[in-house]
Design a protein around this ligand. Sequence first.
Ligand code: SAH
Ligand code: SF4
Length: 379
Amino acid sequence: MTTNLLDFDLDSLAAFCDGLGEKRFRAVQLFRWIHQRGAREFDQMSDLAKSLREKLKACASVQPLTVISEHQSSDGTVKWLFDVGSGNAVEAVFIPEDDRGTLCVSSQAGCAVGCRFCSTGHQGFSRNLTTGEILAQLWFAEHALRQRFQSSDRVISNVVMMGMGEPLQNYSALVPALRVMLDDHAYGLSRRRVTVSTSGVVPMMDRLAIDCPVALAVSLHAPTDALRDNLVPLNRKYPIDELMDACNRYLEHAPRDFITFEYCMLADVNDQPEHALQLVNLVKRHARSGVWCKFNLIPFNPFPVSGLYRSAAQQVADFASILSTAGIVTTVRKTRGDDIDAACGQLAGEVQDRTRVAERMAKRRTIAIQPVVQSRKEA
Ligand code: SAH
Ligand code: SF4
């Protein structure tokens, strides 16, 4: 087995090179070849001494993930399914827009949090990805897209950790990967163009604030603990007030930033005017400064076993208007890649469930969420 150089941030690569008797600037050259130029053959790296190339060939490699499939949507969105071994596969999605190119990256094969409305959650959990596997998604996508668009410039301008998995439950692999994304010798993305999305792993939010305070999105989805306990089971461990306090602590380390609250709009479950008003109260109660958060309403992307429905467009618009009128910056997410199942929460990959999350989920499905109004079926 050779050492996978995609597992290293620059400091670790420098330590690895030091072990080979090489100076730090050699590590910088190597790092740039791999991440900026997409090279994986050491013989391509023409400015590295032949002796170093030989040493590297003997003990190191750049290990990409095998692409199982690629789908391109009519709107330009591209989804890749990557093999991560033992019957597991994860997905990454590229979303082109006029002013940016965003890559949505997976952090785990499956997810143990088990949110009701999330297709990944329904798959169960298999394992954490390594730093190299997280970065291999970006490394591959960036260089494949550059070739496709015949671009020598960067194609991916933003990364969101919103693919499969809960990134803050894979903290030790996540942080070096984030560092590589930010490193000027690699992808050179600014702190605000890399977003970690979390269902609310409070202690790890505190650590991220210190280790690598990138943009933070928090998947809120409900204004009260009673409802959130049901939709996002992690809420039972870290209830909303604790989560809000953690958001405020995070902002102390990320000045001039705001938290983005994601809110998946589920018909008759969390999309009523009273929920919007409860959110306004929540935000006001926890405000330590003026604009400290914004809301991103995500139209639910349905999948059959969820038993949940997408809110009507008018319902979403009314909900957004209540928040906006109260002074909360609110956007409604455009769904992209719908025709290739690449939209938020649709990433299912292939997961060998080792935790029986899926089984527990099936049991929970039988306990219906108390609808606040008559459910659609009855109406
Ligand atoms: N585990 C992290 C990041 C991955 S999920 C988290 O939960 O934040 C990325 C976003 O997609 C989250 O806000 C999640 O709540 C949302 N999402 C999950 N399933 C969805 C669905 N079916 N429709 C719309 N959004 C969904
Ligand atoms: Fe996991 Fe996020 Fe899906 Fe919840 S929404 S199950 S935390 S991936």
